[in-house]
Write a protein that binds this ligand. Structure first.
Ligand SMILES: Cc1ncc(COP(=O)(O)O)c(C=O)c1O
Length: 237
């Protein structure tokens, strides 16, 4: 992690992302103040006013609140209980292309337990969405706030690290072309520690906003993850 923040946390994040997602392209990381903050930073760095952004038809209200003042043109993708409908999205994209309308820039999505729908995408839908992103050249902004809260009671393995077995694949794990920016948070079940992962080529652009909007490097929280026996004080970083 090029963050320059608390190095043990950076090393932990890099190893953890590698282990869980094995991103096919080179990635970098950024410690954030929360997924909401990580999303806001991503949207600021990736969008220009008027850019077209896809979301699921019903999605996280705070992201919509961040997108509207940025002048983004929002388009809802119809979904069912398995996630966004590939044929419907393809139809929307082809229609826009045929009509000469501006191309989609980003698809903001919550693939696990969408807020407010509770819908988790099937693996088939994840693959289909990634393939449409490649074909129509847009980025995927993956907000996986509930990634660690996937419970498959048939696959729980008491000998493995609790909570890390049987998790579904992330969009990041499909990313052979460097078009996924992913935000992770532990705030839902462990502690307020959060980070983002993006292709190395996007990192400088992404991190540019950080000093203004996310000044903390979460040093005081890192002990939860790296196993330090006590809290880090601000002078021990
Ligand atoms: C989809 C989604 N993303 C992000 C967040 C917020 O995450 P954080 O507490 O890390 O800002 C929430 C929760 O409230 C959420 O439902």
């Amino acid at each position: 992690m090029r963050d320059g923040g608390y190095a043990p946390l950076g090393a932990w994040v890099a190893a953890h992302v590698q282990r869980l997602h094995a991103p096919p392209v080179a990635v970098d990381h950024l410690v954030t103040c929360g997924n909401t903050n990580g999303l806001d930073l991503a949207l600021r760095s990736l969008l220009n006013p008027g850019d077209v952004v896809l979301t699921e038809e019903y999605t996280y209200a705070a992201t919509l609140q961040a997108l509207r003042p940025m002048g983004a043109a929002l388009l809802g993708v119809p979904s069912d209980e398995h996630g966004p409908l590939p044929a419907a999205l393809r139809g929307m994209l082809e229609q826009r292309r045929a009509a000469g309308l501006p191309a989609v820039r980003v698809f903001y999505c919550v693939p696990v337990s969408g807020n407010p729908t509770g819908v988790s995408w099937s693996e088939e839908r994840k693959a289909a969405m990634y393939s449409l992103a490649c074909e129509f050249d847009f980025l995927l902004l993956e907000d996986d706030a509930y990634f660690y809260l996937q419970f498959n009671l048939n696959q729980l393995d008491p000998s493995s690290q609790p909570g890390l077995s049987g998790l579904g694949r992330s969009l990041l794990s499909y990313d052979t072309q460097g078009r996924v920016v992913r935000v992770d948070t532990f705030s839902k079940f462990l502690a307020p520690v959060r980070y983002a992962t993006c292709p190395c080529v996007l990192w400088r652009r992404y991190a540019r906003w950080r000093s203004d909007f996310a000044p903390t490097t979460n040093k005081n929280r890192a002990f939860v993850l790296d196993g330090s026996p006590r809290r880090q004080t601000s002078s021990s970083a």
